[in-house]
Design a protein around this ligand. Sequence first.
Ligand code: NDP
Length: 367
Amino acid sequence: MVYPDTFKGFAVESYETWASPKEFEYKPKPFGSYDIDIKISACGVCGSDVHTVRGGWGDARLPLVVGHEIIGTAIKVGDKVSGIKVGDRVGVGAQIGSCMNCDDCKNDNEAYCEQRVGTYGGVYPVDNVDGAAGVVTQGGYASHIRAHEQFTFKIPDVLETHLVAPMMCAGITTYSPLVRNGCGPGKTVGIIGIGGLGHFGIQWAKALGADTVVAISRSDSKKQDALKLGADVFLATEKKGWNGEYKRKLDLIVNCANSTDGFALGEYLSLLKTHGRFINVGLPEGDGYKINPMSLLSNGVLIGTTHIGSKTEILEMLDLAAEKGIRPWVTTIPVSAAGCGEALEKCYQNKVRYRITLVDFDKAFGN
Ligand code: NDP
């Protein structure tokens, strides 16, 4: 029997074989009073999964089950859990632990806690109260996940399982930078990179009331989609002088690009008003782009980043999606060794419009 002693997933075993995950059985952390066991029914496939399994971000703890856009059913609930009961439909994103005591944890900044634990490839710290010290976390291409209640979110009934899954990471990673950087009425907001994250970014910016949303992509191929998603303006950077008309017109840019090949930072920055903000959420491999202080001078821009988002923001985002009918554009693939490999490969090749969700977990793992 797999659950409750062990969980089963599809793990990448080496960087060379990243597109060919294999079945893998593993022991989860010991069950704690605040833990919830979730039987997984859907999991989105994030650009971060691809960076990780290809070794693009440096050493990953292989074999590793990736996946951090998880939706499932709570099947066991710790005695100190409040607000979630057995049978509830719940979600888990890219974070599964933090110290719960530091200033960040107490101020809706748990994503920045120095002891944060990632949903996959993270390691529980030495002072973990549940005896989980040293346990490596495994993600959502799997039968189950064991998560602390702080990182488990009740899902509003109207949000469909395969569509809400990508909100757990791509959704919150674009919602948080927008709300933290003043997106709203009167603002002109740019979104760079129309992929899983970017296609949410356009929708959130519009729903938060931005006057003008500017989608910035490399070619024209996603123009019609971006306009349908709610963009008011579409700019293709492969065109000479693409930034001319919108120079100094934007208050905020959220950069969702997952690579820096040919990334002309100065041209993007030229779009910002004086002291406009360039918030980078994409996490490319390698050294990233270089910042020359001179290039910041002419419009005095501010460059920053955000990391996923807080529980408070995730619950707000889910309510906004439910209220305004916001949904990602999703292709589903049945979860299996081959299905996980196909999904990772398509994401790597930028062939996804705009998110893959793995489904049919019962068929792969049984009831
Ligand atoms: P996708 O592959 O779905 O989308 C990435 C998009 O980036 C592409 O569709 C493309 O858009 C654009 N792009 C790629 N290369 C370049 C380039 N050289 N210059 C300009 N644009 C480029 O990935 P995701 O949306 O899933 O993830 C995006 C990034 O965000 C990843 O690096 C991921 O690791 C990171 N991330 C960060 C998090 C955080 O907390 N900060 C959390 C989750 C993910 P187009 O075709 O329109 O040009």
